[in-house]
Design a protein around this ligand. Structure first.
Ligand code: ZN
Length: 252
């Protein structure tokens, strides 16, 4: 189970790296619900998160999340203590704090430009972030951290980009250059391109040339034109005849 979970996580992380430019250290935006679940399940976030995501992470939260935990009282005191140790990211509600769910969704804007992972158990946040392409969702199930598979919005976005529907040519170039830096993405493209070209262009002219040469050389008129070959052929006939005569002598 652990290996399967890790493999699925790796696959998803690769997806976000290539398609949404996620880079280490991964920014993990956490809320009180996630920290409370981690506390209940005795998950050490600072240790487990980088292991599970196979890279450096920066655990962070917002002022609104902390403020909300204060108002919720003693039940979430432990979660508050955990969250207070993390980096506090600036949100747009400095003067007038909003509910944590509202704040987290506002941090993602329309396209998650800061490349946040969001770690939450709050369904209002998860429902909202699944509509935004390129937002990895982390939650806790059965004592373990789980990275959710890319949402339909993310998959649709990637398809649209691949079809050239969403990005300008300049953006496409920057994506290509990023894939060059990473190596793997471009190599795949090159391999595919070369294979197709070889299949289409090379075989046809080569095969045509060989066929013409083969057909041209063994044609009978050329041999007949050379006098030497005639003699050779006569000799062969004579030899054959001699052999036949010899064989007849042996037999008798
Ligand atoms: Zn806020």
């Amino acid at each position: 189970m652990k290996i399967k979970r890790q493999k699925q996580a790796k696959k998803s992380i690769t997806f976000y790296k290539y398609n949404f430019r996620f880079r280490e250290p991964f920014l993990i935006l956490l809320d009180g619900t996630f920290c409370q679940a981690a506390l209940k399940n005795k998950i050490q976030l600072k240790e487990q998160m980088p292991k599970y995501l196979m890279g450096d992470v920066q655990l962070c939260t917002t002022n609104c999340v902390l403020k909300e935990l204060e108002t919720l009282g003693n039940q979430l005191y432990g979660a508050k203590i955990i969250l207070q140790r993390f980096q506090v990211r600036r949100c747009s509600h400095f003067k007038n704090p909003v509910p944590a769910s509202e704040c987290l969704l506002s941090m993602l804007e329309d396209t998650n430009p800061q490349h946040y992972f969001v770690a939450t158990q709050d369904p209002t946040v998860t429902d909202g972030l699944k509509k935004i392409p390129g937002v990895p969702l982390l939650y806790i199930v059965l004592n373990t951290i789980v990275l959710d598979k890319p949402s339909q919005a993310s998959l649709d976005h990637v398809r649209a980009v691949q079809l050239g529907e969403l990005v300008t040519p300049a953006q496409q170039q920057s994506i290509r250059s990023l894939k060059e830096e990473q190596g793997i993405g471009r190599k795949d493209g090159e391999r595919r391109g070369k294979k197709r070209k070889r299949k289409q262009s090379n075989p046809n002219p080569l095969s045509c040339l060989k066929k013409k040469k083969k057909k041209g050389l063994p044609t009978p008129p050329l041999r007949k034109a050379e006098p030497g070959e005639r003699r050779k052929s006569r000799h062969k006939r004579r030899k054959k005849g001699d052999n036949m005569a010899a064989a007849a002598v042996i037999n008798t």
